[in-house]
Write a protein that binds this ligand. Structure first.
Ligand SMILES: [Zn+2]
Length: 133
């Protein structure tokens, strides 16, 4: 009926924002609406104008769902730790890997703690980037 039927989510053609070709695997939040994926709210509303004209923003807001690249299987993340003996400190890293071809999207520091690596502290200090004394 309309071209939205052609935009069914598939695992190998959903890496780009439908409206602007930005790589969705690098986004923190993806906007999913009527089977199409957008990197921003603005892109979604702009695209909806083709179908809904002046009502685009209202329709978009009604059906949009905010998801993460991990939620929809674009990327996989894994946590690992690196221990520095001199500082007696463990740094927690998060790797993000693209599912379709296994390529690295990003590596980021997500936390640290004093002492040697252990699962309990790693879990506890993810998201903790500051030690307050
Ligand atoms: Zn976009």
């Amino acid at each position: 009926m309309t071209n939205k039927d052609a935009r069914v989510v598939s695992t190998d053609s959903t890496d780009m924002c439908v409206a602007c070709d930005i790589d969705l695997a690098t986004c923190d939040i993806i906007y999913s609406a009527e089977g199409a994926l957008y990197h921003s709210r603005e892109c979604g509303i702009e695209d909806f104008k083709h179908m809904y004209g002046a009502d685009a923003e209202r329709y978009f807001n009604e059906c949009v769902e905010e998801v993460t690249p991990e939620d929809i299987g674009l990327v996989e993340t894994s946590i690992f730790t690196v221990y520095s003996k001199e500082a007696d400190m463990t740094t927690i890293f998060k790797d993000t890997v693209r599912c379709s071809n296994g390529s690295m999207v990003s590596t980021e520091v997500v936390g640290f703690y004093f002492g040697e690596p252990n699962e309990e502290d790693t879990e506890q200090f993810i998201g903790s980037l500051k030690a307050t004394y």
